[in-house]
Design a protein around this ligand. Sequence first.
Ligand code: ADP
Ligand code: MG
Length: 484
Amino acid sequence: MSWEVVIGLEIHVQLNTASKLFSGSKLSTGAEPNTQASLVDLGMPGTLPVVNKEAVRKAALFGLAINADICRHSVFERKNYFYPDLPKGYQTTQLDKPVVGAGIVEVQLDNGDKKTVRIHHAHLEEDAGKSLHEAFFDEKGHGMTGIDLNRAGTPLIEVVTEPDMSNAEEAVAFAKKLHAIVTSIGICDGDMSQGNMRFDVNVSIRKPGEPLGTRTETKNLNSFRFMERAIKLEVERQIDVLEDGGEIVQETRLYNGETHTARSMRSKEDANDYRYFPCPDLLPVEITNADLDALKAAMPELPDARKARFIADYQLSDYDADLLSGDLATAAFFEGAAKAGGDAKLAANWVMGELAAKLNTEERIISSSPVSADQLGQLIARLKDGTISSKIAKQVFEACWAGEGDPDAIIEAKGLKQMSDSGELEKIVDDIIANNAPQVDDYRNSDDAKKKKKIGFFVGQAMKATQGKANPQQLNQLLKDKLG
Ligand code: ADP
Ligand code: MG
């Protein structure tokens, strides 16, 4: 009997508020260490926290987006532990009365199957600072650890799922959907490389029909790829341990993406160990009916609705609509290019094809694409009206990517307009036929099937003579007419 895998996720989502959860300092912008931390963030005696209403609003908006109950009087608690990046000695978080209660996220898997993942709850909490290990050296050359508190107090929501996923693919599909939701409702910038979303994966295995097995938790995975690999690695490890007659120890593990290895960090602690208690400095956070009505009225378009709209308005396939609607920045880029170019199918193909490939190789996110949606739209318009061929379009795209200007300007400057004056093209075709008598004879003595292949030679010659600018349809017609 094979093993059954059980996965539950805890996801830290960084809220994109103007200031921190309990102080007026700005969220870290990568400034010099400790220049964006106030006395409150440092937990200095005599300072008091004040809850950031925008953070509460954003957390509640998330709750509404996943059809969750919103707690009307949610309570902040202190989770007590020592770590150098936590000067207060406790993290202000929520435990029994989190702002967002149970909810639901619908996920579509790669094979088209649907899956429902239950959300246990989502709570508001502050982030800690960062330890910069071996960032400094003493006079003897010993590495020292520095503490940067710019991140301390950054507002997060921690989203906790039920253990509803049964393989790495499902977990990744869920993670991507969550990313789509939080970016679509505008509560998180979603830049994984900046740690805007961090995943902890809880994994256990069991034989079908057995109760849940002991789980481990692998912490702080900051990319979908690492998450998928870390889950697979942990499942393999657990199978090895159990099949060798061993036992799984409940523990927290750390995954190293570069070496694709994981190690035990600490044995798992219980909530009791942290001596949680309600924070005496903060009143319960009240959310009224009027607050909820206002949030509902201002709810931005959610990914599922956007996908349905893409299918209805742009006649995209389910697959294309799924890919293009998930990430808000991608969706906006696609719509911009489709409108500017007047052709949604071409825009979809370019965004998922050339643009995605280029972003991928240069490890850029779409919001930092050197080619704008308007520029891609212009390129598509020139393709559609026959000014350029698709081959030339790729060349124009490259030039535009390299910063050489708008597609129209590039086409003009480089003389890339498709040769659609048939007189000019006809002369080139005539020359080719005159200069390649043996190939012409061979073509004319071939049957239709062979002719289809052999015409390629003449197309190639003509494209060479015109530097790729011949209109392919016109060229084919001319060649067929003249070769017979
Ligand atoms: P704790 O209170 O110890 O943090 P929770 O019950 O809150 O534990 O669960 C934390 C996360 O672990 C949740 O995402 C949950 O779905 C997941 N989880 C719980 N039990 C298992 C298990 N046996 N296998 C896999 N995941 C699990
Ligand atoms: Mg928990």
